[in-house]
Ligand binder design. Structure first.
Ligand code: AP5
Length: 216
């Protein structure tokens, strides 16, 4: 069943992992703001170069360009009936812009799902993460290794470690999350749309809990 779902949670909580599984389960298109920035970076666009200056420091890319990029992506045909938003919104400004855009279409999001994971676990996850250069699938060298080292199980693409997974940038990303994104929990709670899910379980259990939370 297609849905309009926002996945919230700190860096490394498993948003990308879960968004992709929920989207494959029929919820709709997986739209990840970080992946969109990395795509721009790979294509050498001006937006990619701008985004990199913020991503390298663990800071957020300015709201105006981020909102425009994500709302444009939401207009594409695969997102017409539903989507799972991963990493967006990340500020109150972005959340309000999303609500306003949906209100214009007489809609709203169905649920905001918060994946909760302790800080020490987040640091462990990001330090061991490898990503597919081609399809962005995430792996972990200890928790979910690929079948062949350095090679994506799904598409055969090369695996790499993100520049912003270095320990000092991870620390900055966690601080940015607490300062700018954590307030969204209250925002969605006051709309009666927030559900919390324990992210420190197996990937499969987390998926089941998330799907149950939005009635998939
Ligand atoms: P972005 O790419 O969105 O990064 P993030 O939010 O920091 O999240 P991550 O991708 O690091 O983690 P995740 O929660 O997706 O976890 P994953 O599934 O990979 O953003 C990067 C940057 O772009 C930002 O810092 C900012 O500069 C910019 N940006 C992006 N969006 C923006 C916005 N809206 N506004 C402004 N700027 C923006 O899992 C992590 C690891 O854990 C993996 O190795 C995985 O295999 C493993 N794992 C997952 N689940 C489990 C489990 N249950 N048990 C054990 N291991 C697990």
């Amino acid at each position: 069943m297609s849905s309009r779902v926002v996945l919230l949670g700190p860096p490394g909580a498993g948003k990308g992992t879960q968004a992709s599984l929920i989207a494959e389960g029929g919820a709709g298109a997986h739209i990840a703001s970080g992946d969109l920035f990395r795509k721009h970076l790979g294509e050498g666009t001006e937006l990619g170069a701008l985004a990199k200056t913020y991503m390298d420091k663990g800071e957020l890319v300015p709201d105006d360009v981020t909102i425009r990029m994500v709302l444009e992506r939401m207009e594409e045909p695969d997102a017409r009936d539903g989507y799972v938003l991963d990493g967006f919104p990340r500020t109150l400004e972005q959340a309000k812009a999303l609500d306003a855009a949906l209100e214009d279409q007489g809609r709203g999001i169905d649920a905001a799902l918060l994946i909760e994971v302790e800080s020490e676990e987040l640091v462990r996850r990001l330090a061991g993460r490898w990503i597919c250069r081609r399809c962005q699938a995430p792996y972990h060298e200890a928790f979910s290794p690929p079948r062949t080292t350095g090679c994506c199980d799904s598409c055969g693409g090369e695996l790499y470690q993100r520049d912003d997974d270095k320990p000092d940038v991870v620390r900055a990303r966690l601080e940015t999350y607490e300062r700018q994104t954590a307030p969204l929990v209250g925002y969605y709670e006051s709309q009666g749309k927030l559900a919390r899910v324990n992210g420190q379980q197996s990937v499969e259990r987390v998926t089941e809990d998330l799907e149950a939370a939005f009635g998939a």
